[in-house]
Ligand binder design. Structure first.
Ligand code: AMP
Length: 480
């Protein structure tokens, strides 16, 4: 999200989108789809529907279940077409005006837009649009797309949308509703996922396949990088309106972000995470008594680590499911509290053992520090930490919430220093080569197959807004 300070630590958001065309009652399906995407954003949710004449909207802070489980809310959202969005932003500006789908009454008719990703030149475009007289209603980067579309001189709504999208840089997986139909579009790099499915006569788009599963829809295919699809009662049309570039889908979707029961790019996220764990065991073996995952995010990789190494897998940490994700807390203090609330040592199992703890990633180091200590308090003899991703050294500008570099422990410390900080007996991260291998690729730095900027600093777009960043972050640009 954009706030008055574009370089605020709290700009990034993680989101999920969902859209349907040709349903009896779109709102119920959208609500269910968003429910399955809740892990992608827990701060707010919204739905916009279209009944052929009018648009209907409802947005609220909080979880999908707290809002869209109410029959009177669903009843208000009339029509057979609808889109929805789940949002998470760490921004202090949690105003309802930023909750998507965004909606505008334009000369061409109503336009509703739900966006997953982050535009890396939104601030620059916004300043230019402001100068030309645009009045912004939100502080969201997404809103620039609406203003660019509103001011486009092209003839048709789809051409105007294309015209707008050709001017933005960064990551966008979009679903939009307009009088011509439901539009789904993925940026040319294909950074964020977007899939298409079918439920009888209803066409469905979703950030992840789990959202198709929840309504019993069949997966048809991925929306391809750089593809724009429009669906209406006349059928489906696919366009390739952008200059073709080598796709760079986000590697972190496989590591952490997507649900393990989703299929991304034709592969099971769960199987990939197990393969990552197996690769990690091969690269950094450990002669311990048990492999313990940090639940839930570390579970598949820990299973892979255990199966490859022969060290038994045990649930040495039990997670309470009644608190949100650790990371998604507004302040550092509460984050610490969150970790304590969320995880508890299975002491009877841990006492006297040498433990390999497996987690998917280290960001600030908060979780590792707390859980290594928790293992020691529970009587572990040794605590070894293994991480199923390379050190996160660079911020993400494409829609995953990572803090600025100064808060990323791996940007500040070497591995031995980090080991000392989290007080583990040993610490190892999978290599980037190993991560690519687990995904079935060979790492090719000259022509990367994925966006791995959070690990390598190799950003797939220019960082137009961020080139003006304070000196602390200038190295990001230098590392492009
Ligand atoms: P930290 O405690 O700051 O080192 O964060 C690491 C923990 O946060 C790991 O257990 C990850 O599973 C989780 N995590 C990593 N990236 C994210 C993210 N973008 N949003 C929420 N949680 C995350």
């Amino acid at each position: 999200m954009l706030t008055t300070n574009p370089f605020d630590d709290k700009l990034k958001e993680e989101c999920g989108v969902f859209g349907v065309w040709g349903a009896d009652q779109a709102a119920s399906l959208v609500a269910l789809g968003l429910h399955a995407l809740q892990h992608r954003g827990q701060e707010a949710a919204g739905v916009v529907t279209y009944d052929g004449k009018a648009y209907h909207q409802y947005r609220n802070m909080g979880h999908v279940a707290g809002t869209f489980d109410k029959p009177k809310v669903i009843k208000r959202l009339k029509g057979g077409a609808g889109i929805g969005h789940v949002r998470y932003s760490t921004t202090g500006d949690t105003a309802l005006r930023n909750v998507q789908p965004l909606y505008a009454d334009l000369a061409m008719g109503g336009f509703a837009l739900a966006h997953n990703g982050n535009l890396s030149n939104a601030m620059t475009l916004r300043q230019e649009l402001n100068r030309r007289g645009s009045i912004f209603q939100s502080t969201s980067d997404t809103e620039v797309i609406i203003h660019l579309l509103a001011t486009s001189q092209k003839d048709t709504p789809v051409d105007r949308l294309t015209d707008a999208l050709r001017q933005v840089e960064g990551a966008y997986s979009l679903v939009c509703l307009m009088p011509d139909g439901l539009v789904a579009c993925r940026d040319p790099l294909g950074v964020r996922p977007l899939v298409m499915g079918k439920l009888n006569e209803t066409t469905v788009f979703a950030s992840e396949t789990v959202a198709l599963d929840v309504i019993g829809a069949t997966f048809i295919r991925d929306v391809e990088p750089g593809e724009l699809i429009i669906v209406n009662d006349d059928g489906l049309r696919s366009f390739r309106p952008f200059e073709p570039v080598r796709a760079r889908p986000c590697i972190f979707e496989h590591v952490y972000f997507s649900r393990p029961d989703s299929i991304i790019e034709g592969t099971s996220v769960y199987e990939t995470r197990k393969a990552i764990g197996a690769q990690l065991a091969e690269e950094s073996p450990c002669d311990a008594d048990i492999v313990v995952p940090i639940p839930d995010s570390g579970v598949p990789a820990a299973i892979g680590y255990s199966q490859a190494s022969g060290v038994p897998f045990e649930l040495g940490i039990i997670r309470s499911h009644y608190v949100g994700r650790t990371f998604i807390q507004p302040t550092q203090d509460v984050r610490h509290l969150g970790v304590k609330l969320k995880h508890n040592a299975n002491s009877a199992l841990i006492a006297g053992k040498s433990v390999v703890l497996v987690d998917d990633s280290v960001v600030r180091g908060t979780t590792s520090l707390r859980l290594v200590q928790m293992m020691r308090d529970a009587g572990a003899r040794e605590v070894h930490m293994r991480i199923a991703s390379p050190p996160t050294k660079y911020s993400c500008f494409y829609g995953v919430d990572t803090p600025k570099r100064s808060k990323l422990i791996a940007a500040q410390m070497g591995i031995e220093e980090m080991r000392d900080y989290i007080k583990a007996d040993s610490l190892a991260f999978i290599t980037l080569e190993g991560l690519y291998r687990a995904l079935g690729d060979e790492r090719d730095d000259a022509a990367p197959q994925r966006c791995d900027a959070c690990f390598s600093g190799n950003y797939p777009t220019s960082l137009t807004d961020h080139e003006k960043e304070p000196p602390e972050q200038l190295s990001l640009v230098a590392n492009k």
